[in-house]
Design a protein around this ligand. Structure first.
Ligand SMILES: [Zn+2]
Length: 166
């Protein structure tokens, strides 16, 4: 039984990074679910997962032992997106903590968004947001190899003082 959701895995010891902050969106999620059950929201309102998200759920989603609150026909999957420097603006979908550790090893703070998705009815909701910062490893690594290009062009407009005096 896979019950280790990514945030939990990330928070475990020896994962190579530490969790800075962790916001649980369960309250907001439960509100949406109860609004749906009361009939204030339609299934169209709440089951609007984008095709990309659904694909991510089927490819890299982490199954959890929890029934979809909307259709109650399938278990939900957790899809994690990581945002940070040098990552795509739309985030990078990560499948496991190994991948997360790899991204974290870039030495930058990362934000991880965990979305729960139901592959059966397209229900989706933000479940959790947490930020990660790399743990300081033994030796400091300075990887400032990105120097400014000091290649000053030679093709500048040079003024030649044509002082040809007789
Ligand atoms: Zn569902």
């Amino acid at each position: 039984m896979v019950m280790s959701s990514l945030p939990k895995a990330a928070m475990s010891r020896g994962s190579g990074f530490k969790v800075l902050s962790n916001v649980d969106y369960r309250l907001a999620r439960n509100l949406v679910v109860s609004e749906y059950r009361k009939g204030h929201l339609s299934r169209l309102d709440v089951c609007d997962a984008q095709p990309e998200l659904l694909r991510a759920a089927s490819d890299a989603g982490e199954p959890v032992d929890e029934e979809c609150p909307i259709c109650e026909e399938s278990t939900i999957k957790l899809v994690s997106y990581v945002f940070g420097p040098r990552l795509p603006a739309s985030g990078r979908c990560v499948a496991n903590k190994k991948e997360l550790a790899k991204l974290s090893s870039l030495g930058k703070d990362l934000a991880c968004y965990v979305i729960e998705v139901c592959p059966a009815c397209n229900w989706n909701h933000l479940a959790q947001v947490f930020s990660l910062t790399p743990r300081p490893s033994g030796r400091p690594r300075s990887k400032a190899s990105v120097g400014q290009e000091a290649a000053a062009g030679e093709a500048g407009p040079t003024e030649t003082p044509g002082g040809d005096r007789p």
